[in-house]
Design a protein around this ligand. Structure first.
Ligand SMILES: N[C@@H](CCC(=O)N[C@@H](CS)C(=O)NCC(=O)O)C(=O)O
Length: 98
């Protein structure tokens, strides 16, 4: 297994282990070598409550994104999350090449 290199600050992934859409997103995270806190909503009612209160529904996967202006975004839909992660990876690569 490759070593995790890219720490995603201000991001959390709400998920549960057997959810296929969550597995898809976690695989993408692994491929992109991103590291971020994982919030299991089945093993923790506190995590489930935070997702419901913040995002408005308990659907997973959901990526909580804390923007630099402290605005918080709750991004649902595995395809949208993966698209966002790809953008972040491209951004990080561009910054490294500067
Ligand atoms: N289209 C969504 C489907 C996500 C989905 O169906 N998640 C299920 C778990 S596998 C879920 O959270 N269901 C419970 C709910 O919607 O509250 C995606 O691609 O992320």
């Amino acid at each position: 297994m490759r070593k995790t290199k890219n720490r995603l600050k201000g991001h959390e992934l709400y998920y549960f282990a057997s959810c296929p859409f969550c597995i898809k997103v976690r695989l993408a995270l692994w491929w992109m070598e991103f590291e971020l806190p994982l919030k299991d909503i089945l093993s923790s009612s506190k995590n489930k409550e935070a997702l419901l209160m913040g995002g408005g529904k308990t659907q997973v996967p959901c990526l909580r994104i804390e923007h630099e202006d402290d605005d918080v975004q709750w991004l649902y839909e595995s395809d949208d999350i993966i698209r966002y992660l790809k953008q972040q990876l491209a951004r990080k690569k561009a910054l490294r090449e500067d």
